[in-house]
Design a protein around this ligand. Structure first.
Ligand SMILES: [Zn+2]
Length: 280
């Protein structure tokens, strides 16, 4: 889990006051846009196809109206905007001055690398400590045998932990959780597991997910399978595609009845997937 940052004077900011009656809805939609940018590490780019998601409390007309208001007061920019400090969004919108308040992808990646390095250093240090302890502990066997204390016994070699490797038990846990995911995942048209997809690349992708993401997948896959196996359910996507598209995020709750199994065009004008969810 990560966090987005909000100015603690935001409620009295000119931009918010300028939103007038639209402020409550607009601020919630902006908050969801920030969460999405943070989660997907987009550096403040809100893809057009995400509109349905961040504005799912409203109908299509209302969503666009609220986004229009956010653009008007300067929280968001549209393509072709003239703000000198923000990039031009290719499609969708750009959150104004995003990197001034929220972590950029580069920063998050640097933090992850730092944690990985720290983890490795921690592992090595632990290996050294263990070895040192083994050396300093008295060797009782020679004493018991009545041998001279001055003659030291064999000194154990320090055994550093392997570099660049996570603990085997953690790996085993990850692979076990993948097995659970794979078994829960709906079969495809040909009746093969993983939605007829290949197992190995899906497992490799699984290993690259965070623990939180894997937990979310195990929740989502149950809802997704129920949906696929419902009478009008869609054909299951390949498991790898499902993971790559982070579709677990759409299945944290069971499917709503009105979207069940119906293909529709999303309000943002982007074709929805057969399971009725929007993606980008
Ligand atoms: Zn800007």
């Amino acid at each position: 889990m990560a966090w987005v940052r909000l100015d603690d004077h935001m409620d009295e900011h000119d931009k918010v006051l300028a939103l007038e009656d639209d402020a409550p809805e607009a601020m919630w939609m902006l908050s969801r846009a920030l969460m999405l940018c943070n989660r997907k590490e987009t550096d403040g780019h809100v893809p057009k196809a995400a509109l349905g998601r961040i504005g799912s409390d409203h109908g299509p007309g209302k969503r666009r109206k609220i986004v229009g208001r956010l653009i008007e007061v300067g929280f968001l920019h549209e393509p072709g905007h003239d703000c000198p400090s923000c990039p031009d969004p290719i499609d969708g919108w750009q959150v104004h001055d995003y990197p001034d308040y929220q972590p950029t992808r580069a920063k998050l990646e640097a933090d992850r690398q730092q944690r990985r390095d720290a983890g490795r250093r921690g592992g090595l240090a632990k290996g050294k400590r263990t070895a040192k302890r083994a050396v300093s502990e008295p060797l009782s066997e020679p004493e018991a045998n009545g041998l001279a204390k001055s003659k030291p016994g064999p000194v154990p070699e320090p055994v550093p932990e392997p570099q660049g490797q996570t603990h085997p038990s953690a790996d085993a846990d990850v692979d076990a959780s993948f097995d659970r995911f794979w078994q829960a995942y709906p079969r495809g048209k040909a009746g093969k597991p993983g939605g007829d997809g290949a197992r190995k690349p899906a497992m490799q992708k699984w290993r690259r997910l965070t623990d939180d993401q894997r937990r979310a997948c195990l929740v989502a896959v149950e809802h997704y399978r129920t949906h696929v196996e419902s009478p009008d359910g869609p054909i299951a996507a390949h498991a790898l595609t499902w993971l790559n598209q982070e579709r677990w995020e759409d299945w944290q709750e069971p499917a709503r009845p009105e979207t069940n199994g119906k293909s529709r065009t999303s309000p943002s004008g982007v074709s929805a997937f057969p399971d009725g969810t929007e993606r980008f």
